[in-house]
Design a protein around this ligand. Structure first.
Ligand SMILES: [Zn+2]
Length: 111
């Protein structure tokens, strides 16, 4: 899976299925991603000095990286991706559906 921060991904399972949002954070070791507004948990907060209003705070919890797909702009849907070496030697992601490039993931090693 080649997902980067700020990618737009589509959630493919769970309560947020079909939601398309931006990736905020990636935990590669755990294989989890935090997606804007997805998998929210609400925490009830008492009035305190730091939080004089009290009330509800929401926070995104990480979801399994396998539960999201990168959105291909051409296909306008979440797609499976692969990586390939471009002509100039850089590595890029591509959409397995339409074959279009989804951006560089590693610069060229050639000089
Ligand atoms: Zn595509």
């Amino acid at each position: 899976m080649h997902i980067k921060t700020n990618d737009t991904v589509e959630v493919i399972t769970g309560d947020d299925k079909g939601v398309r949002k931006k990736v905020l954070h990636i935990d590669r070791e755990k294989g989890r991603v935090v997606v804007e507004g997805v998998n929210l948990v609400y925490k009830h907060v008492r009035r305190s000095q730091r939080n004089p209003q009290g009330g509800r705070l929401s926070k995104e919890m990480p979801v399994q990286i396998s539960n999201v797909l990168l959105v291909c702009n051409r296909c306008n849907q979440g797609v499976r991706t692969g990586s390939r070496v471009a002509k100039d030697g850089s590595k890029e992601r591509f959409c397995k559906k339409c074959g279009g490039s989804l951006g560089e993931i590693a610069p060229s090693k050639k000089k």
